[in-house]
Design a protein around this ligand. Structure first.
Ligand SMILES: *Cc1c(COP(=O)(O)O)cnc(C)c1O
Length: 388
C-alpha cells in the first residue's frame, strides 16, 4: 500500500489492529451483560494502568479537554486559589478552565523549554494560600517533561490537592499516581492509551473525593458533575448496568482491548520502552544537528520530541516529511510556532517507527537542500537501539 502513512503526532496515534477491530464489533446495549463486564474490567484496569489502587476511576465520553473540565468543575469552588505549574499551551488552557469555575488562578511559568523545579514551587506556595496545584506531565507544545513526582510531593505537603494533566504522557511516561501523591490524574484515549479519540479517563484520590463531598456549592457543569457519574462507575464495577449518559459502547470495547495490551506489556516495561525509543530518536535528531526545544535531556519527554527547524528551513518541512510517508505535527506554542515541529512517539510505537521517521526527516531535509548531516540520523538511532 504505497499511500500508507505513518502517524507520528501527539495524538491521535497509530492504533493496534486489536483495538481497531474492537471498534468494529457490533454495537450492543449499554446494559447488555457482556458490555457491563467489559466496562467493569476497564474501570479495574484503569486503576492498574494509572498505578492508583485506592482511587476512584471515571471513564466518560469526551476529549482530554473535557477531562480537564471534569477535574476543575468538581474540585473548584468560587474563591478557591489555584496555582498552575505552566510549561506551555495546555497550562494556559487549564488556567482558563479553573478560572471559569471561579478559582483565582496564578501561573508559575518557566521559560520555553524549561520547567519549574521544587524550589520555585515551594516559593510560590509560601507566597499564596492555594487549595489546588495543577501541572502538565508532558507539555504537548514543548516536549518538556515535568517532574510531577517531586512537585506533587511539595504541593501535597503544603496542603494542596494535586492535579496532573497526563494527556500526552499517561501510559507512556512513568507516572505512579498514588505513590506520587497525585489526587487527580487525567488523560484522553487517543494518545499513549492507544484508543481512538472520544474518551476522558480520570482517577480521583480519596482526598479529591473528600474535597468534592465537602463542597458548599453545586458543580456548575451538569455533564461533568461526578455526583452524576459516581453511581454509574460504581454500578459497572459491581457488574450492574446503570444510565446517566449513554456510554460510547465501541470506544469502551476498544479501551478494554488496549488496556489489556498495556497490562500484558507491563507498566515498567512500557515506561522503559518509551524511554528507550525516545532516547534513540533524540540521538538521531542530535546527529542530524537538530536542536530540541527542551533545555536538556533530563527535561525531554519520552512520548514526544519537539525540534527546532535548522537554519533556512521553515514549516514546509512538515509537508515534506509527510510526502516521505510520515505525518508529523507543526509547532503549537504561540511564541515559537513557526520555528519548530513535533514528533509523537507513544502508544504502540516501535523501533521501526523511530527509524522510519528519522529516515523521512533526513530525506525531506535533503529535498530542501539541507544536506550537511542528513545521513547520520538513522545511523545514530541504530547505534542507540543496538547499544553500541
Ligand atoms: C492533547 C492534550 C490535551 C487536550 O486533549 P483533547 O483530547 O484534544 O481535548 C490536554 N492536555 C495535554 C497535555 C494534551 O496533550
Amino acid at each position: 500500500m504505497k499511500s500508507r502513512k505513518l502517524l507520528m503526532i501527539p495524538g491521535p496515534v497509530e492504533f493496534t489492529p486489536e483495538v481497531l477491530n474492537a471498534m468494529g464489533e457490533p454495537t450492543t446495549s449499554h446494559i447488555a451483560p457482556d458490555f457491563i463486564d467489559c466496562f467493569g474490567e476497564c474501570l479495574e484496569m484503569t486503576r492498574e494502568v494509572f498505578l492508583a489502587p485506592s482511587a476512584q476511576p471515571f471513564i466518560v465520553a469526551g476529549t482530554g479537554t473535557f477531562a480537564m473540565d471534569m477535574a476543575a468543575s468538581n474540585l473548584i469552588e468560587p474563591g478557591d486559589r489555584a496555582l498552575v505549574v505552566n510549561t506551555g499551551y495546555f497550562g494556559d488552557r487549564m488556567g482558563d478552565i479553573l478560572g471559569r469555575y471561579g478559582a483565582e488562578v496564578d501561573h508559575l511559568r518557566a521559560p520555553i523549554g524549561d520547567a519549574a523545579g521544587v524550589d520555585d514551587l515551594q516559593e510560590a506556595l509560601d507566597a499564596g494560600s492555594y487549595t489546588l496545584v495543577s501541572m502538565t506531565h508532558v507539555d504537548t507544545s514543548t516536549g518538556v517533561l515535568t517532574d510531577v513526582g517531586a512537585l506533587a510531593a511539595v504541593a501535597k505537603a503544603a496542603g494542596c490537592l494535586t492535579v496532573v494533566d497526563g494527556v500526552c504522557g499517561t501510559a507512556g511516561a512513568e507516572c505512579r499516581t498514588e505513590e506520587w501523591d497525585i489526587d487527580v490524574h487525567l488523560t484522553a484515549s487517543q494518545k499513549a492509551v492507544g484508543v481512538p479519540p472520544g474518551l476522558a479517563l480520570l482517577t480521583f484520590s480519596p482526598d479529591a473525593m473528600a474535597k468534592f463531598e465537602g463542597r458548599d456549592s453545586p458543580v456548575a457543569n451538569y455533564y461533568a458533575d461526578i455526583d452524576n457519574w459516581l453511581p454509574i462507575m460504581q454500578a459497572y464495577e459491581n457488574r450492574g448496568g446503570a444510565y446517566f449518559g449513554t456510554p460510547p459502547v465501541n470506544l469502551i470495547y476498544a479501551l478494554n482491548a488496549s488496556l489489556r495490551q498495556i497490562l500484558a506489556e507491563g507498566m515498567d516495561a512500557r515506561f522503559a520502552r518509551h524511554d528507550r525509543l525516545a532516547r534513540a530518536f533524540r540521538a538521531g535528531a542530535a546527529a542530524m544537528g537538530l536542536e530540541m526545544v527542551p533545555r536538556d535531556d533530563s527535561l525531554a519527554a519520552p512520548t514526544l520530541t519537539a525540534l527546532y527547524y535548522p537554519e533556512n528551513i521553515d514549516a514546509s518541512l512538515c509537508a515534506g516529511i509527510g510526502a516521505e510517508g510520515v505525518i508529523v505535527a507543526a509547532g503549537l506554542h504561540a511564541e515559537i510556532k513557526e520555528e519548530y515541529f513535533r514528533i509523537g512517539h507513544m502508544g504502540d510505537c516501535n523501533e521501526s517507527d523511530i527509524l522510519s521517521t528519522l529516515g523521512a526527516v533526513e530525506r525531506a531535509l535533503a529535498a530542501e537542500g539541507h544536506t550537511c548531516s542528513t545521513r547520520s540520523g538513522v545511523q545514530a538511532a541504530q547505534h542507540a537501539l543496538i547499544g553500541d
